[in-house]
Design a protein around this ligand. Structure first.
Ligand code: PLP
Length: 404
């Protein structure tokens, strides 16, 4: 759809249930950013003038706001462009700090931001060995396998906090206990978790944690890496030594201010029981789906999941078709992860959970926003039922036609 047509159709008039792909910028986020896009344009490093001081103060306040949401210290927050860059910095920086530790452990269900980076580290000149931990049928990383996979040369473990496709939450604090015993740096890709569930940097006991702003109400192009111990990590982008020497380049002040405000709003959402309220919406949605659509099932339903995500196997339909049909009714959901939706490749996440190719192809992801309502969830479930049943009937008709 062209930008012009989209502008005639505000997202509030759609059912937008693709928040794990991206979220709208919150109104208050856009408002607090505004001055830093125009009159307060100073370079935070230019603290010899008032403009620079104003920019620096705004950047530092944003850092503290994000740190507060994550129970971290401001000094641990490094601003950068988003989740992909954060995961890259985390892994490459941890490797550079201890290049003699040439074994990395990750999981089979990570996002491409981690998977493509470890593939890079597998090749020359890095020549690391990578072990991919399996997940159980609920999509949870097998802890027993982690202990078995550790070698004397294991330097890094990278396991996501919540999966982008299924919403399944991984036992990171328990993984941290294992890593602590073996002098291993632990990175968690918390891109999908931050803003949706409480994320406590201290309690998770990880060394590195990745955040992306556009998943919870900040603009695209801003994220952060939390670094606990600078001795276990090296900067990857150096340049002018910004971000306390940890990420060169003039900081994106307006975007960082937006991220800080999104963190403030996320704090409010979580402290006002937003997660519990959203969970009741999700439960109503799933029970309506089960009632209206025979044979559908929810991936990861036996595990702890984010309160906004349902990954549904409909069976006997192609989810891509379903997504397109719903899109023409102004309803947005996705088939698999957003980045792989253009291809008809079965999702690596669902395959790792033991789904057949056909089950993978018939899976759609519904990811609600923080303000989703019961009415919206039920309307969506009913629309899904209509479209799934229509697709199933069309497939049956096609089979009968061909058999005649
Ligand atoms: N990690 C996870 C789990 C994600 O879901 C995503 C984006 O979908 C990323 C990393 C990459 O984040 P960004 O889009 O900010 O680069």
């Amino acid at each position: 759809m062209s930008a012009l047509k989209m502008s005639a159709l505000p997202y509030r008039q759609m059912i937008y249930a693709d928040y794990n792909s991206t979220a709208p910028v919150l109104k208050s986020v856009a408002e607090v950013m505004q001055p830093y896009l125009a009159e307060c344009f100073g370079n935070p490093a230019a603290d010899y003038c008032r403009l620079g001081v104003v920019a620096r103060d705004a950047l530092e306040e944003a850092r503290l706001n994000l740190a507060r949401l994550l129970s971290a210290n401001g000094e641990e927050v490094v601003f950068l462009s988003g989740g992909t860059e954060s995961c890259f910095h985390a892994l490459m920086g941890a490797y550079l700090a201890r290049p003699e530790k040439k074994h990395i452990i990750t999981s089979a269900v990570e996002h491409a931001a981690v998977l493509r980076t470890v593939e890079l580290l597998e090749r020359p000149p890095f020549n690391c060995q990578v072990t991919y931990l399996a997940v159980d049928r609920h999509g949870v990383v097998c802890l027993d396998e982690l202990a078995k996979a550790i070698l004397p040369k294991t330097g890094i473990v990278s396991i996501m906090l919540a999966n982008n496709e299924t919403g399944v939450v991984m036992p990171i604090a328990r993984i941290a206990e294992v890593c602590r015993q073996s002098d291993i740096v632990l990175h968690t890709d918390a891109v999908q978790a931050v803003g949706k569930m409480p994320v406590n940097f201290r309690e998770l006991d990880v060394d590195l944690l990745s955040v992306s702003g556009h998943k919870f109400g900040a603009p695209k192009g801003i994220g952060a890496l939390l670094v606990r111990d600078a001795a276990l990590w090296r900067p990857v982008v150096v340049g002018g030594g910004q971000e306390n020497g940890r990420r060169g380049g003039t900081p994106a002040v307006a975007l960082a201010v937006g991220l800080g405000q999104a963190a403030v709003k996320a704090d409010v959402f979580l402290s006002e029981n937003g997660e519990e309220k959203l969970l009741s919406v999700l439960e109503a949605f799933e029970s309506c789906l089960r009632k209206e659509i025979s044979g559908c099932f929810i991936n990861g339903s036996g595990a702890t999941r984010l309160s906004n995500t349902s990954s549904v196997v409909f069976g006997n339909i192609i989810a891509k078709q379903l997504v397109e049909n719903l899109s023409s009714r102004n309803i947005v959901i996705s088939a698999g992860a957003a980045c792989s939706a253009a291809k008809l490749d079965p999702s690596h996440v669902l395959r790792a959970m033991g789904l057949s190719d056909m089950e993978c192809m018939s899976t759609a992801r519904i990811s609600f926003g923080p303000n989703a309502t019961l009415d919206e969830a039920v309307s969506l479930a009913k629309a899904l039922a209509e479209e799934v049943n229509a697709l199933r009937n069309a497939a049956k008709d096609e089979v009968s036609r061909r058999l005649c």
